[in-house]
Write a protein that binds this ligand. Sequence first.
Ligand SMILES: *Cc1c(COP(=O)(O)O)cnc(C)c1O
Length: 408
Amino acid sequence: MIRINEHYLKLQSSYLFAEIARRVTAHQQAHPEKPLIKLGIGDVTHGLPEACIQALHTAVDEMAADASFRGYGPEQGYEFLREAIAQNDFQVRGAQIAADEIFVSDGAKCDSGNIQEIFATEITVAIPDPVYPVYVDTNVMAGRSGGAVEGRYEGFVYLEGHRGNGFIPSLPHSPVDLIYLCYPNNPTGATIAKDQLQEWVDYARENKALILFDAAYEAFIRDESLPHSIYEVSGAEEVAIEFRSFSKTAGFTGTRCAYTVVPKACHAYDSVGRSHPVHSLWNRRHTTKFNSVSYPVQRAAEAVYTPAGQQQTKALIDGYLVNAKLIREKMTALGFDCIGGENSPYIWVDGKSDSWTFFDRLLTTAGVVVTPGAGFGRCGEGYIRISAFNSLENVTTALDRIETALKE
Ligand SMILES: *Cc1c(COP(=O)(O)O)cnc(C)c1O
């Protein structure tokens, strides 16, 4: 008899986006004359940078001729891309990451979901609240939690974010083995300072724990004092894995290219306490189960690091940051406390009522769709996430409508 992985039965249905869609559709059917503006999206909206498009075209033409055609490439990614990443994203910032510590992939979502399979089932996992749901669900699937009780899984250690700590959780009170951190944060837009990140790295070193650091939004950092990578913090290469993606950095959400950094100095332990390099485990997993990203897409990603690519991606993100600033300023002027929106495309707004009530109010009175914070965890209750991923025109119109609606 074929049996299922019953851990899947513990998963709570992804109620958030289905419920948003249901309420939006109901509203649209009742008021078809009023076009909605969506500021709830976690996806980019502008076209790819010209440098990437040119590189794609050239690589596609190479694939047409026998002499320049490429079949299977190295599973870890082409050397040209790994070198460009190591140099431009790490070495220039003083982080000693080498090309062979970079694993190119088709997404930080899959990497952050897949990585946990190289660790034991019995470990204790620390997960932020509010959180990007992938970290939670993949550990439930793997059997690292009990069932769900009032929206939380038994067995996980929840790292609570709230106004008091600026959505930077404090260190856990009970021992944990695997820690998820994401900065600049989705959904809160909060950023972490170097000394705060150092505390987590020190904790991991003292407790033989490992940090999974999701830096998908590092390109939105404009404050020079903030770390772009966890490897800018001393000792991190021994206790941290970092996820990066071209999705938000260069508009690759539909093109697909990302990478994971596993330093050779990073170790984990077997049941008798012997240490093993995590790099060799991940290399084994990656080469066994993955055949890398298509050649044209890796060339497009490489083009991000050319002078033209750097200038164009910066312009792209600067555009989203202009939107973010407008949103933050308007919501603040309307009397709401905001986090994020300065080094992040997300603005986390204290709605001064429960998340869904504020969501409904903005939908029905302003025709603007946001994301209820409660959908990202218990600590998100009372907040909404507003996304800057839209055109300047739509953002301006949405803010005008919100102002009018809330003043009524
Ligand atoms: C968008 C996003 C990613 C990127 O995922 P891809 O699979 O690379 O598109 C990773 N982490 C977080 C928190 C995100 O919001």
